[in-house]
Design a protein around this ligand. Structure first.
Ligand SMILES: [Zn+2]
Length: 108
């Protein structure tokens, strides 16, 4: 009994729960909607580029959620903590890889 609880807790801390993924998905969808509204309007080119790039990142994150690979670091494969994803839901790297300057081959 005690052992089962312990294992469950450890797993819950490492990988995202379904609720956490859904929460982050909503966050990403909100951001995408916001970016699309901005891109529809006549924004200066400098901002358009930034918004367009962010849109690509957000769409890629939503794709990863669909594929079931969301929440894992694209460099080392380790789960990214929920707290980090809450701040940067479209991130592809864990804090360690980001700090070390490691970039995944799929994006620059
Ligand atoms: Zn990593």
């Amino acid at each position: 009994m005690y052992k089962a609880t312990k294992v469950k807790r450890r797993r819950a801390r490492k990988t995202l729960t379904r609720e956490q993924v859904l929460e982050l998905r909503d966050q990403l969808r909100d951001e995408l909607a916001w970016l699309k509204r901005r891109l529809d309007k006549s924004t200066p080119a400098a901002f358009t580029d930034d918004f367009a790039q962010r849109s690509v990142r957000v769409v890629a994150a939503l794709d990863r959620i669909r594929q079931g690979t969301y929440g894992n670091c694209a460099v080392c494969g380790e789960p990214i903590p929920f707290e980090r994803l809450e701040c940067v839901p479209d991130t592809t790297r864990c804090v360690t890889c980001r700090a070390n300057g490691f970039t995944p081959s799929e994006s620059s």
